[in-house]
Design a protein around this ligand. Structure first.
Ligand code: F6P
Length: 320
């Protein structure tokens, strides 16, 4: 291919800029032109395109967010929107497209592929909910942000001898809660993939205090059925402990990407550009067992990550 495009779509994730930088500079290295498409599939429909050069991606590697902007496009869910996007791609002479985002972004890419567009996916979402790759771009940074928050909350929580419920992102996938909970020393982790017993949780908190703990931290993913407020009220009634809540929300999506996220973004975006240069498409690039892999897009879409439930007994063992 001689001319390709790149867009970022869905919820932003730290490392998207590292991905844009690597794709642009790799494409130019292979003598391809590369067009940046703004606001994801919205920009594809509106034709908001700009040609990228080496300087256009200078000084962005360390920044969170995405210089191309992002959106969740309702219009792109329709055939009409998709055909408008395809007409714009043809008009601009764009032969292949790199889409950087999560599962919703990949569904859009698959629709384009079915209509004849050459597409490659690069996985970026803080949720780490894409099962075909070990990690997604943004997850590591988000977990590190949660770890920083846990440390800060511990300072005040231990001074006041309180229990704090920290709500983290993850509507269907509990990985942010699981990884930050284990490495942040949480007393309990609540994830959408597993039911929990309120009684056992209350017992654990009380036993902790009885053996001399002066504070406790519970990490709860947002997708867990009970609301954080209700959980707080119920636990307070059952234990008589002083319980506070903190919702980290969008804090987790910002910040400078970690080394792991920059590495993943750089390697996957470089691979995507190389594949398009070789006229290959219809795949999602990812990383399994430390290696960059290309999985057919139709197989990568909709593969949810299975929660690593084996970590839960370890969390229990270490937080007694
Ligand atoms: O990026 C993924 C995610 O952060 C989810 O965990 C969260 O529920 C969702 O996006 C919220 O994003 P928005 O409010 O931007 O739609």
């Amino acid at each position: 291919m001689r001319k390709i495009g790149i867009l970022t779509s869905g919820g932003d994730a730290p490392g998207m800029n590292a991905c844009i930088r690597a794709a642009v500079r790799s494409a130019l290295y292979y003598d391809m032109k590369i067009i940046g498409i703004e606001r994801g599939y919205e920009g594809l429909i509106d034709g908001t395109f700009r040609e990228m050069d080496l300087a256009s991606v200078g000084d962005i590697l360390h920044r969170g967010g995405t210089i191309l902007k992002t959106a969740r496009s309702e219009r792109f869910r329709t055939d009409e929107g998709q055909y408008a996007a395809i007409r714009n791609l043809e008009k601009a002479g764009i032969e292949g497209l790199i889409v950087c985002g999560g599962d919703g972004t990949y569904r859009g890419a698959l629709d384009l592929q079915k209509k004849g567009v050459s597409v490659i996916g690069v996985p970026a979402t803080i949720d780490n909910d894409m099962g075909y790759t070990d990690f997604t771009i943004g997850f590591d940074t988000a977990v590190n942000t949660v770890l920083d928050a846990i440390s800060m909350i511990r300072d005040t929580s231990s001074s006041h001898e309180r229990t704090t419920i920290i709500e983290v992102m993850g509507r269907e996938c509990g990985d942010i809660a699981l990884y930050s909970g284990l490495t942040g020393g949480a007393d309990a982790i609540l994830i959408p993939e597993l039911e929990f017993s309120l009684g056992e949780l209350a017992d654990k908190l009380v036993k902790g205090i009885e053996r001399g703990k002066n504070h406790s931290v519970i990490i709860k993913a947002e997708g867990v059925e009970i609301s954080t407020k209700e959980l707080q009220q119920k636990l307070q009634e059952m234990t008589a402990l002083d319980i506070r809540t903190v919702t980290l929300a969008y804090l987790q999506r910002g910040g400078s990407p970690s080394m792991a996220d920059r590495m993943l973004a750089t390697l996957t975006a470089n691979e995507a550009a190389k594949l398009l240069y070789d006229d290959r498409s219809g795949v999602a690039v990812g990383m399994t067992g430390g290696r960059i892999v290309a999985t057919p897009l139709r197989d990568a879409v909709g593969i949810r990550r299975e929660a690593n439930l084996a970590l839960l007994p370890l969390i229990d063992m270490l937080s007694r």
